[in-house]
Design a protein around this ligand. Structure first.
Ligand SMILES: Nc1ncnc2c1ncn2[C@@H]1O[C@H](COP(=O)(O)OP(=O)(O)OP(=O)(O)O)[C@@H](O)[C@H]1O
Ligand SMILES: [Mg+2]
Length: 296
């Protein structure tokens, strides 16, 4: 087995609204769309589409959204037998977009954050070559975060970790146990600044004391990669941007795919930029995968 993901499983409910209301105001819905989301899940779906054998660990509620998320994983070949279905609501991001494109987001982490280490089959996880972690919201409950910390210690294979803004805001001290048990650390430039107070190059250097490879995503500027021996920038592809949702997750898909295929770090970075450039030409984090017929 190749890659197993562990992170939040969310439904993105995107409401196109007349305006984003303030307190005591009301507005109305013009359109509505539901997307399967969750950062790590997006990355895993991409890897599955590229032909890798994948699985996922996480938790959904026993409601329509939960079955929708599981079905969206299963349909592309992700092994979902270890996704826990529990009482309660499935995690959700309510996204409100006005005519100007302004966004307001309300997150409902719900059952995501309640996944306990005892609910994870460690023997199952250890069948995979790589474990990919993304963040949990951790506002109400820290079980999910504690489970990740335990799991990275028990896992024998390669660990890749994308902290996202949520973990970056928790601060370096809190997430250090995850970074020091990772092989690939994959933040974006803003997250490096939040965690270290340093610029992305100095910050990457700092993290190299804790992990093997640091990959910094830099939006339209591309990415910066270092493993202490080689350090380089790779420019992003110039494409018409429609929606950058999931760009980082698609980047991770490309990079991890290359890494597991034994490609050079430079080739991995190019693959990351390439898949991200496809992702941002469509609305939604996984839409680009519909038309993906790659032979890499
Ligand atoms: N405007 C753009 N033009 C070309 N490529 C882009 C653009 N924006 C993002 N990318 C590609 O997407 C990758 C990831 O984007 P970004 O640095 O914004 O990550 P992120 O902030 O972690 O994304 P996410 O919000 O999905 O987590 C970049 O490294 C780059 O390859
Ligand atoms: Mg990101």
């Amino acid at each position: 087995m190749d890659v197993v993901g562990f992170g939040a499983l969310n439904v993105d409910r995107v409401y196109i609204v007349s305006e984003i209301p303030k307190a005591e105001e009301e507005s109305y819905v013009l359109n509505f769309e539901r997307y399967a989301g969750g950062s790590s899940a997006n990355t895993i779906v991409g890897l599955s589409k590229l032909g890798l054998k994948t699985g996922f660990i996480g938790k959904v509620g026993s409601d329509d959204d939960g079955y929708f998320l599981i079905e969206e994983l299963r349909r592309v070949g992700v092994d979902v037998r270890n996704v826990v279905i529990s009482d309660g609501r499935t995690g959700c991001a309510m996204v409100f977009v006005d005519k100007m494109g302004n966004r307001a987001i309300i997150l409902d982490p719900s059952v995501n954050d309640t996944i306990r280490f005892e609910e994870i089959d460690i023997d199952y996880v250890n069948k995979f070559r790589l474990l990919h972690l993304s963040s949990f919201v951790c506002k109400v409950c820290f079980d999910s975060f504690e489970s990740q910390k335990k799991l990275v210690r028990e896992f024998d294979g390669i660990v890749s970790f994308d902290p996202g803004s949520v973990y970056a805001k928790m601060g370096f001290r809190k997430i250090k146990p995850l970074i020091e048990n990772s092989n690939l650390f994959m933040p974006n430039e803003i997250e490096v600044r939040l965690l270290t107070g340093l610029n992305y190059r100095e910050g990457a250097e700092f993290f190299l004391d804790l992990c093997d490879v640091v990959v910094v995503k830099r939006g339209w500027k591309g990415c910066y990669v270092t493993d202490g021996r080689v350090s380089f920038e790779v420019k992003a592809y110039r494409v018409k941007v429609v929606d950058t949702t999931g760009a980082g997750d698609a980047f991770n898909t490309g990079f991890i795919y290359g890494y597991l295929k034994g490609k050079s770090l430079e080739e991995c970075a190019k693959l990351g930029n390439y898949l991200a450039s496809l992702c941002i030409q469509y609305v939604g984090a996984r839409t680009y995968l519909r038309n993906l017929y790659l032979s890499l």
